[in-house]
Design a protein around this ligand. Structure first.
Ligand SMILES: C[S@@+](CC[C@H](N)C(=O)[O-])C[C@H]1O[C@@H](n2cnc3c(N)ncnc32)[C@H](O)[C@@H]1O
Length: 283
């Protein structure tokens, strides 16, 4: 089979599930990370003959995609800013909005010449913690999550990218046990309510970890509240908190933050024009 025929067949098979643009993006990712073919070959060598081993790998990925399994889990890796991170079904697939949150922090700390202690609460794949360490070596980074298999993956990602960070197994509900004072807190905690479930696509709902996505219906801001309580004692004065938030709860978030009476708030929109990020500066 020729490369261009494979691409066309790929588009046709996934027609009901993905747009042509998504199909083409996936196809290129598969070429480079699984078939060892430069994606530009689609334009430059459309008649390239695929070997039978390449055809069977492509067929197997396509079968998985038809179950709506996310491509990132099928390939087991995802690009995030300057890193290529391993992912598996124990962690959330890092999102482009989160790359923007990391970008904001880096903008604020470009000119560092001294060590700054920073903690990432609910680290998942370690995308935030590891990118910050990669792009600002003066950060001394702590990465906390609730389960050991998650932290094992973070450690693996750290080693493969030759980055040193400190992994902590802990519960955001019990941060008072953490005897660590920091200058920066960053968190993209679970923030989707069970009520929003119906709007979530199957590829997320059926494959990404429930505990990474959902909060209790009766307290959607639970994790933010716990983090703000931790910050009362453990965030240095003039320290900052960076949150990724659910745009649906922006005003409730603001009220919660004001109830702590310490912070100046700055908001940022994501690429989709929604208020998705907050920066809190402690007085
Ligand atoms: C929305 S995911 C974010 C993952 C990653 N930071 C990112 O931005 O892609 C939330 C993370 O919080 C973790 N988490 C959920 N409940 C937690 C808890 N009670 N204590 C600590 N971590 C928790 C989940 O395991 C998950 O990795």
């Amino acid at each position: 089979m020729k490369l261009i025929e494979a691409r066309n067949q790929f588009r046709t098979s996934l027609k009901g599930l993905h747009t042509v643009a998504e199909c083409d993006y996936y196809f290129k990712m598969i070429l480079s990370s699984l078939l060892d073919i430069d994606p530009i070959s689609i334009a430059l060598e459309p008649n390239l003959n695929l070997q039978s081993s390449q055809q069977s790998k492509l067929k197997s990925v396509l079968e998985d995609l038809l179950t709506e399994k996310p491509l990132q889990y099928i390939l087991g890796e995802v690009p995030f800013r300057k890193l290529n991170l391993k992912v598996n079904s124990s962690v959330l697939i890092p999102r482009p909005e989160t790359e923007e949150l990391v970008g904001w922090i880096l903008e604020d700390y470009t000119k560092l010449n001294h060590k700054v202690e920073l903690i990432d609460l609910g680290t998942g794949s370690g995308c935030i913690a590891l990118s910050l360490k990669k792009e600002q070596s003066f950060f001394s980074v702590y990465a906390l999550d609730i389960d050991q298999p998650i932290l094992d993956l973070v450690q693996q990602n750290a080693e493969e990218n030759k980055l040193e960070i400190n992994c902590i197994k802990g519960d955001i509900n019990d941060l008072h046990k953490l005897k660590l004072k920091v200058e920066v807190i960053v968190s993209n905690p679970p923030y989707i309510t069970p009520q929003e479930k119906e709007e979530i696509k199957n590829n997320v709902l059926n494959f990404e970890p429930y505990q990474a996505l959902f909060v209790p219906q009766d307290n959607p801001l639970l994790y933010y509240q716990k983090i703000l309580e931790y910050a009362e004692e453990s965030l240095q004065s003039k320290g900052r908190i960076y949150f990724e938030i659910n745009p649906l709860f922006e005003s409730e978030m603001e009220a919660l933050i004001f109830s702590f009476d310490y912070y100046t708030i700055t908001k940022r929109l994501d690429i989709f024009g929604k208020i998705r990020m907050l920066r809190l500066e402690k007085k």
